[in-house]
Write a protein that binds this ligand. Structure first.
Ligand SMILES: [Fe+2]
Ligand SMILES: [Fe+2]
Length: 235
């Protein structure tokens, strides 16, 4: 199906690039998911990178991931990112998508995590900016020097580990995540033996980078995950 015109601005920039090369184009697909253009002279197809959507992220992750706990983690981080997007008045679907796909290369390359994101996501037509955002969550952890600098990157860096503490706390509470309060979560956060695998120093660094009080980010994680508690298998 031919898409309607004019396309969104970032697509227009890409289309102009083709136009400058004297190519005659037919754009395939619709809306935010314009994925490639067809050069009608040569019938050569070219990828056009587009911003990640949650639907696209859910299509991509199962190609590289099979383990249930990784899907649960993807959902938890996605849910928390949605709530952080609400806090920043940002594009919720986009932030949820980044959260959902952030560990895309983990199962296949646990010891080279974040170093294979580009090779997986470029052929899927994911934007360079989104690829960098995903890679930046391993800053200082996965031997990469892509530092989180934007609100979405800093949020991802912080909630990645923090959702683990929320999840562990929800699993031990008889009420699950229902009615969870920041006060109780802070106590568990301070107890380093609780959910010991969740790196408190990384989370604190994240709070600092965001310039937000720990309670604000904790509340966002609780809210986001509570909104998705059924999918997360929580009460
Ligand atoms: Fe990761
Ligand atoms: Fe993660």
């Amino acid at each position: 199906m031919q898409s309607s015109f004019p396309p969104p601005l970032n697509r227009l920039i890409l289309l102009n690039r083709y136009a400058l090369q004297g190519l005659s184009l037919t754009v395939i697909d619709n809306g935010p998911s314009i994925t490639y253009a067809k050069d009608t002279n040569t019938m050569k197809e070219e990828f056009i990178m587009s911003q990640l959507t949650l639907a696209k992220a859910k299509e991509i992750l199962p190609k590289y991931t099979t383990e249930d706990h990784l899907f649960t983690h993807a959902l938890a981080v996605s849910a928390a990112m949605g709530a952080m997007a609400d806090y920043f008045h940002a594009d919720k679907d986009h932030w949820e998508a980044i959260g959902y796909l952030h560990d895309v290369d983990y199962e296949k390359y646990p010891h080279e995590h974040c170093h294979h994101v580009r090779e997986f996501l470029e052929p899927e037509g994911v934007d360079e900016e989104d690829i960098n955002t995903i890679i930046s969550h391993g800053w200082g952890i996965c031997d990469n020097d892509v530092e989180p600098t934007t609100d979405i990157e800093k949020s991802l860096f912080t909630v990645d580990e923090l959702t683990g503490v929320v999840m562990a706390y929800a699993l031990m509470r008889p009420e699950g995540i229902t009615g969870m309060e920041v006060k109780g979560l802070k106590k568990k956060f301070k107890d380093k033996r609780f959910a010991a695998g969740c790196n408190r120093d990384v989370i604190k660094k994240g709070f600092e980078m965001l310039g937000l009080d720990a309670g604000v980010v904790m509340q966002a994680c609780i809210d986001g995950m509570t909104a998705h508690k059924n999918e997360l298998g929580l009460k």
